[in-house]
Design a protein around this ligand. Structure first.
Ligand SMILES: [Zn+2]
Ligand SMILES: [Zn+2]
Length: 91
């Protein structure tokens, strides 16, 4: 049997909360009703961050080097900007 999984491991991408950096975020997705298999995440949907207890949009997608491929910059820059935006919205 061919060992295809040894070929090339892509950088592991994780969806992260753009404010607190939590990986425990949740969102609405399509699943196969009879198997429960995940089909597709609705990228237009908001996500829920249990750590922030807040609904937000645009989660970051972060690689192993802490780089956000979603916004093409360091994840720390995303978090700084999100924190600023949040502060501005509250005051
Ligand atoms: Zn959060
Ligand atoms: Zn980002």
């Amino acid at each position: 049997m061919a060992v295809t999984w040894l070929r090339e491991t892509p950088a592991r991408l994780r969806y992260r909360c753009s404010v607190c950096g939590s990986e425990e975020i949740e969102a609405e997705a399509w699943v196969q009703l009879n198997s429960g298999a995940f089909v597709e995440w609705l990228e237009t949907a908001h996500y829920w961050c249990p750590a922030c207890e807040t609904h937000r949009e645009n989660p970051c997608q972060v690689d192993a080097q802490e780089f956000c491929v979603m916004h093409d910059r360091a994840f720390s820059a995303c978090r700084a900007e999100s924190a600023e935006a949040e502060k501005g919205a509250q005051s």
